[in-house]
Ligand binder design. Structure first.
Ligand code: ZN
Length: 149
């Protein structure tokens, strides 16, 4: 089989079978055969979605004290949020919850909020869920005695 030069060129440039067939007006089977003959592996048809960890890290900026400032999207209340695909479902979560999962092996309980005093900090080691907050409060009470907050 003779391979058309333009087909070979587009295959080498990394285009998909469908793209090449459409653009050059050739049958897709012809493109697939040419790909096989040239030994060019078929790439993924769709780019892989980015892992939530990557999406998170692209949207934070480290500031003094190891805190992380959120540079991503915020909801109407000003809360840092991150839309991502997880197990096939599109999820819209607070960046605090995403940060929590980067640090802890368990799902958070209740609201996840920064516990370090830095406004809207999303550092994975600085966010607390309800269970952790209760533990911290109990520990403070044990050390300093019951104090009205
Ligand atoms: Zn912090």
């Amino acid at each position: 089989m003779k391979i058309r030069a333009d087909v070979a060129q587009m295959l080498r440039a990394g285009h998909s079978d469908r793209q090449i067939a459409r653009q050059l007006g050739v049958h897709r089977d012809q493109v697939i055969r040419a790909r096989r003959l040239l030994g060019i592996p078929a790439g993924p048809t769709f780019p892989q979605p980015k892992a939530v960890e990557d999406l998170f890290r692209e949207r934070v900026e480290e500031v003094d004290g190891g805190h992380l400032k959120w540079r991503g999207f915020r909801n109407e209340r000003g809360t840092p949020v991150l839309k991502h695909r997880s197990r096939g479902a599109l999820r819209n979560e607070t960046a605090y919850r995403v940060a929590w999962r980067l640090q802890h092996d368990r799902e958070p309980e209740g609201l996840v909020l920064p516990g370090c005093g830095y406004d809207q900090c999303v550092a994975p080691g600085h966010v607390e869920d309800r269970r952790l907050r209760n533990q911290v409060t109990a520990a403070y009470a044990a050390i300093f005695g019951e104090t009205a907050a």
